[in-house]
Design a protein around this ligand. Structure first.
Ligand code: F6P
Length: 357
């Protein structure tokens, strides 16, 4: 008999349910008897002992369902060692619930912050297996996270829709794309949607270079320009600021986001009509794309295998087209950013895409 605790933590994404289904189906199809404890709303469920007993049937019919059947929340790692408002030690509370329920292991699905806490729990002696979720694709130790491809599809659709209206009105359009502090999602959606300019955090932009590209397109007779802007895009001047000064600048910022700041600068310097579209959380919503359904199911089933073999302390990841197990301590606290010299960026540049550098 194996007693498995399962939780989803951090921002949701597509294919969380598909991944959990993969784990449970694999366990169910083995000779091992299993009990599943589904902790609700992320680490909060484990801290406060809020869980539901689940069976294989609860994971049936959820392959295509977006979101997470367990609910999720953000429990920042930064304050994980601080007592809660009632003085409760959160890490001790998680350990106590784990031991009280006599769990054999925890299956944790999450992104960067989630992995820091998962690693901490593993170091504290709990058996942990994790799965890499996030639309940002910024998790170290895996070439791909599930949720990413689904979000690329949605962000690409957004750019596709903007294309037709931008062409009709001869406007400059900015589509702001999620991705937190990295550019995987804006780069891929931008290329897939045929954006003329893509601005990502890893390549700080010069607004004059962006304007040069718009004017060059004007001269060539292109009536419109599409700019895919990462929510974390940063100008060359801002990139030179210390973290503290940049934070101060953002506090005084009159624009709701970097896209609006860029739009205002273009409008002021060129007199062109600029519009901003922010698809926002739509990018995390809806059902997973077929790629993510297969990918998350594969990762989930490999996690099930690790549990059956009693191998703990790993994230199930994907490297060089192989499913791999990566030690949690190698994953935790590292961000997988895009290399500005990566071949995909060079290829995008050869295609004429401007990065504002
Ligand atoms: O990490 C996923 C993500 O959607 C990022 O792309 C984005 O910056 C952030 O989460 C938004 O967080 P929240 O849902 O808490 O507003």
């Amino acid at each position: 008999m194996k007693r498995i605790g399962m939780l989803t933590s951090g921002g949701d994404c597509q294919a969380l349910n598909a991944a959990m289904r993969g784990v449970v189906k694999t366990l169910d199809n083995s000779k091992e008897e299993v009990e599943i404890y589904g902790f609700l709303d992320g680490y909060k469920g484990l801290i406060y002992g809020k869980f539901q007993m689940l069976t294989g049937r609860d994971f049936s019919g959820i392959l295509t369902k977006g979101g997470t059947i367990l609910g999720t929340s953000r429990t920042p790692f930064k304050t994980i060692n601080d007592p809660d408002e009632n003085g409760l030690n959160k890490v001790e509370a998680m350990k106590q619930n784990y031991y009280k329920l006599q769990l054999d292991c925890l299956v944790i699905l999450g992104g960067n912050g989630t992995h820091k806490t998962a690693n901490l729990l593993s170091k504290e002696g709990l058996n942990v297996v994790t799965l890499p979720k996030t639309i940002d694709n910024d998790l170290w130790g895996t070439d791909m996270t599930f949720g990413f491809q689904s979000a690329v599809n949605i962000a690409t659709d957004a750019i596709d829709y903007i294309h037709t209206t931008a062409a009709s009105h001869a406007r400059v359009f900015i589509v702001e794309i999620m991705g937190h502090k990295v550019g995987w999602l804006p780069l891929n959606a931008g290329m897939a949607g045929g954006a003329d300019i893509i601005l990502i955090p890893e390549i700080p932009y010069d607004i004059d270079k962006v304007i040069d590209k718009i004017e060059e397109r004007d001269k060539r007779g292109s009536r419109f320009t599409i700019i895919a802007v990462a929510e974390g895009a940063i100008s060359k001047e801002d990139a030179k600021l210390s973290k503290k000064d940049y934070k101060k600048k953002l506090e005084k910022q009159v624009h709701p986001s970097v896209s609006y700041e860029i739009a205002a600068a273009i409008q002021e310097k060129t007199g062109r009509e600029v519009r901003v579209t922010v698809p926002g959380h739509m990018q995390r919503g809806g059902s997973p794309c077929p790629y993510d359904r297969v990918f998350a199911s594969r990762l989930g089933s490999e996690a099930g295998k690790l549990i059956l073999e009693g191998q703990y302390g790993f994230m199930v990841g994907y490297k060089n087209r192989e499913i791999v197990k990566v030690p949690l301590e190698d994953v935790a606290g590292k961000l997988k950013t895009l290399d500005p010299e990566a071949t995909i960026i060079q290829e995008a540049k050869m295609l004429g895409i401007c990065f504002g550098d």
